[in-house]
Design a protein around this ligand. Structure first.
Ligand SMILES: [Zn+2]
Length: 261
């Protein structure tokens, strides 16, 4: 992880996080001096299960993180993708607690991080700050609930399409840097099965495959193929944190607009 010196840019970087952009300006001003800019590298592990959670990370721009649950059989299953709509580490809990999931960087990029104790201190000073993070915790829980239902019931094809769209919506880029092996790991299924599904999507000209990447050719067609799990989570975000969840119909949050909490 590359550490960058603190500078006035951390405030402008915070505008590339939909969640931080939703903060009341006074709350953002409270947190800004405590932010540290970090540059996250692909496949970097931020926390392993059992690690002490010391920092909250806010992915900015197209940076994409995920919660991974390592299973006893050596397989990993992804529980949730976290992009600029969210944060990772110590959001729900109070104080330092051990990490339950492994948290990994999917797509490199900048993030702002904050010591958990600084966030807790700020929460004691601001009701609107507490309310915003409580709302985000509710949205994250909804995301995980939906992920459980999706993994249990939806086909690999629908889940693969959903994952590619979730990545594209968060990065605003139809080219998604990921190998088939990584995608099969994310979906928790065998590589040969994922290869068959990818070939079907390619034959239908919904996607193309490059070296270590997927390219979305027909976004609308892919949305018709995907399950509606992203859309259901998007709807809940819109009820609770309007404009924060990145999706095809809502690629970014309103400029500099705080939520009326
Ligand atoms: Zn689903």
């Amino acid at each position: 992880m590359q550490f960058l010196p603190p500078d006035a840019q951390s405030r402008s970087l915070s505008l590339r996080s939909n969640l931080l952009r939703a903060l009341h300006p006074a709350d953002l001003a409270l947190l800004s001096p405590k932010f540290e800019k970090v540059q996250l590298a692909p496949r970097q592990v931020l926390y392993q299960p059992g690690d002490d959670i010391r920092h909250v990370y806010f992915p900015c721009g197209s940076t994409l993180l995920s919660f991974i649950i390592p299973l006893e059989n050596g397989k990993d299953v992804e529980a949730a993708l976290i992009g600029r709509e969210g944060a990772l580490g110590g959001i729900v809990s109070h104080g330092r607690l051990p990490a339950y999931a492994r948290t990994v960087v999917h797509f490199e990029g900048p993030a702002l991080r904050l010591e958990c104790c600084e966030l807790e201190k700020a929460k004691t000073q601001s009701l609107t700050l507490r309310q915003l993070f409580a709302r985000y915790a509710d949205c994250l829980l909804a995301q995980v609930f939906q992920s459980v239902a999706c993994n249990a019931t939806h086909s690999i094809e629908k889940r693969a399409a959903k994952w590619l769209l979730a990545a594209m919506d968060r990065t605003n880029d139809p080219t998604i840097a990921m190998t088939q092996e990584q995608l099969s790991g994310m979906l928790g299924v065998g590589r040969s099965y994922v290869a068959r599904v990818i070939r079907t999507l390619k034959d239908r000209r919904l996607i193309d495959i490059g070296y270590g990447r997927f390219i979305v050719l027909d976004e609308e067609g892919l949305r018709h193929t995907a399950c509606d799990c992203n859309e259901l989570v998007n709807r809940h975000f819109n009820e609770v944190l309007k404009g924060v969840y990145p999706s095809g119909s809502n690629p970014s949050a309103p400029e500099d607009q705080a939520l009326d909490l």
